[in-house]
Design a protein around this ligand. Structure first.
Ligand SMILES: NC(=O)N[C@@H](CC(=O)O)C(=O)O
Length: 348
């Protein structure tokens, strides 16, 4: 059992950084959690639908912490045109995120059918931008669809998109099921998958009745969690970390009404690297940490570290309790693993 681990420049390939006071609180937590690259989600209110909006948002994030490499994304909506894709690529925007309508936070403007976006996907394939999929279909009593099977029922869309656009790089985000792992494995090298740290820990029993563990997609069965753990143990190079760290004010998580429910999202940024090490060690995959948090995602996104760029993070074995909450002027949030011990801490 090692007492220290050194990881070259960890990269979080899925994170929600919000705006205004919440952003002031959570953006510095990217670094605190051990990460120097953040792949930033566009589901703001209003969503980031143009290159100009994405660049303006990036400037807001850089003003809070200029030391992080922010990779920006656009929100797939009918406003997005092939011309805007070309413009976005030239401006360094990395990807386009698709949210099916109504399945999660700020997804009212999300998509209902992929066919109408084929010209946009064609342009993305041509200029080489990444398509990020929130892989759930909306709940529908008529087809017996609910949060437990919404991801599995999305997978035929993944296969048909990959078939129609075989050179388009696609990432199935925050996979939670054995079916999703198998679907991504069955695809070619242009399809990858992010896995969150919390989905390596939680199952249905842990979020039913515990609002701070509620996120979309919800954690599934123990066998699904085992499939996520197994693909990491295998060191499969198309499966890598995207935290889906999604802060919500404590009030939005802890008080819900029948009309509004509880906000979906687990907040994980400030403890991300120590927690990921802790969890991987718990299921015998600590030796795969570097690939999972640093190498594989960077390779897929073509953001490999150049010589002299490795900005290594050193973790040391410890017993440290995670903070109960983080707060600042006008914002507060409860982190995942609050009040519980972690076996690793960042020392430099
Ligand atoms: N994951 C979540 O439960 N919530 C995310 C949105 C998302 O990625 O689904 C959020 O922005 O709060």
């Amino acid at each position: 059992m090692p007492d220290a681990i050194t990881i070259p420049a960890p990269a979080d390939f899925h994170v929600h950084l919000r705006q205004l006071k919440m952003a002031q609180l959570v953006v510095p937590h990217v670094r605190k959690g051990g990460f120097s690259l953040a792949y930033v989600m566009p589901n703001l209110n209003p969503p980031i639908t143009t290159t100009a909006m994405a660049l303006d948002y990036k400037a807001q994030l850089q003003a809070i912490d200029p030391s992080v490499d922010y990779l920006m994304t656009l929100y797939l909506s009918p406003d997005l045109t092939p011309d805007e894709i070309v413009k976005a690529k030239q401006a360094g925007i990395a990807g386009v995120k698709s949210y099916p309508r109504g399945v999660t936070t700020n997804s009212d403007g999300g998509i209902e059918s992929y066919e109408m976006y084929h010209p946009v996907f064609e342009a993305m394939q041509r200029v080489d931008m990444v398509l990020n999929l929130h892989g759930e279909i909306p709940s529908d009593p008529a087809t017996n669809t609910c949060v437990l099977n919404a991801e599995e029922r999305f997978l035929p869309h993944l296969h048909s998109l990959h078939k129609a656009f075989p050179r388009l790089r696609i990432v199935l985000e925050h996979a939670t099921t054995r079916a999703a792992v198998e679907a991504v494995k069955a695809c070619g090298p242009t399809v990858a998958c992010t896995i969150t740290a919390h989905h390596l820990a939680l199952t249905v029993d842990d979020w039913a009745g515990q609002s701070f563990h509620f996120c979309k997609p919800v954690a599934k069965y123990p066998d699904d969690r085992e499939a996520l753990r197994q693909v990491i143990r295998e060191g499969h190079p198309r499966f890598f970390l995207g935290s889906d760290s999604a802060p919500h004010p404590i009030e939005a998580k802890s008080t819900s009404t029948p009309a509004h429910g509880c906000a979906a999202g687990v907040y994980i940024s400030p403890v991300l690297l120590p927690l990921t090490a802790h969890l991987l060690e718990s299921f015998g995959a600590l030796d795969k940490l570097e690939g999972f948090v640093s190498t594989f995602g960077r390779r897929f996104y073509r953001r490999e570290l150049q010589a002299g760029q490795s900005q290594p993070i050193v973790l040391q074995r410890t017993k440290e309790l995670v903070a109960e909450k983080y707060e600042a002027e006008g914002a507060d949030v409860v982190p995942f693993w609050a009040g519980k011990p972690l076996d690793w801490q960042i020392v430099s």
